[in-house]
Ligand binder design. Structure first.
Ligand code: FAD
Ligand code: FES
Length: 262
């Protein structure tokens, strides 16, 4: 699998809510090689400040060589990233990790919670491209409140998937969790569920999938220093009792491989 270190020009910066941003980068090599669920490591500042690159899911790629990330400002690196301007050059490394394994012949349920929505646009696009008709596939998006969900909804609508929306405070869509909407579907074992979001959400999604004998793939987060298997910073215990590198063997795993705290 090819990986590239590119000097990517920032072509667009969108502030989608108080702390959430979307960055479009001209990054033809990485966007051409990327698969849904993979990520990039981005040096967020000039020179070596901050020292480490930060990992971000690939939100979307386009045929003209652009790549997008969608992120929330949570600390120093993301704060610097939110301040970049169109025309600036960023150092981007990727695509990294193992993405979603799309089951072409299985109906899909895509679930994105909070920032876990980020990789799901690329996944929805990839699934709908493979199947040509995805009107029997579902996407469920959720967040704590309206501003975490609404700005991205139109981008998802274009694919024709059945859309479910939920917010904890009821300010947009169903009041409650994405898992309420998952349970309300007529679930059967043919479905493959693809999920990304907070750990408790994914644990609950996996538990529902297990009871319905549905396959479940999850994209997990971890602290990452190198993104390429060199630092051991992203180790996660598997059900077999061995450690796995989230950056190399993930971030997407079959949920049954991992240990979940319910
Ligand atoms: C594979 C992968 C994909 C990711 N994709 C996205 C994405 O698409 N959009 C997005 O907004 N974020 C994403 N993240 C998380 C993102 O990398 C962190 O938010 C970012 O590194 C924080 O950098 P910072 O310098 O702003 O914060 P720091 O100053 O480093 O940390 C600020 C706070 O954020 C917490 N934090 C730092 N890194 C992580 C992490 N990896 N997971 C959870 N909490 C963290 C710290 O514990 C601390 O509380 C992803 C992480 C991984 C591992
Ligand atoms: S981030 Fe360094 S080994 Fe995974």
């Amino acid at each position: 699998m090819s990986q590239y270190q590119e000097k990517a020009t920032v072509s667009r910066v969108e502030q989608l809510s108080a702390k959430n941003y979307r960055l479009t980068l001209d990054s033809p090599d990485i966007s051409g090689a990327a698969k849904a669920g993979q990520f990039v490591m981005i040096r967020t500042g000039l020179a070596k400040d901050p020292l480490l690159r930060r990992p971000f899911s690939i939100h979307q790629t386009s045929a003209n060589g652009q790549l997008q990330i969608y992120f929330k400002v949570v600390g120093r690196g993301t704060d610097m990233l939110a301040r970049v301007k169109a025309g600036e050059i960023m150092s981007v490394f990727g695509p990294l990790g193992r993405g979603f394994r799309i089951k072409k012949n299985s109906p899909a349920i895509i679930i994105g919670g909070g920032l876990g929505i980020a990789p799901m646009l690329f996944l929805a696009k990839s699934i709908c491209r493979l199947k040509t008709d995805c009107s029997n596939d579902h996407i469920i998006l959720g967040g704590r409140e309206r501003s975490e969900v609404e700005p991205l909804v139109n981008d998802f609508r274009q694919f024709g998937l059945r859309l479910g929306l939920a917010t904890d405070d009821g300010s947009y869509g169903h009041q409650g969790y994405v898992t309420d909407l998952l349970k309300s579907l007529e679930l059967h074992s043919e479905y493959t569920v693809y999920a990304c979001g907070p750990e408790p959400m994914m644990a609950r999604v996996y538990s529902i999938c297990k009871s319905g004998s549905m396959q479940c793939q999850v994209s997990v987060e971890s602290v990452m220093a190198c993104g390429m298997g060199a630092c051991l910073g992203c180790s996660r215990m598997t059900k077999k009792g061995t450690y796995t590198h989230v950056c190399l063997n993930g971030p997407v795993f079959n949920a049954e491989e991992l240990i979940w705290n319910s």
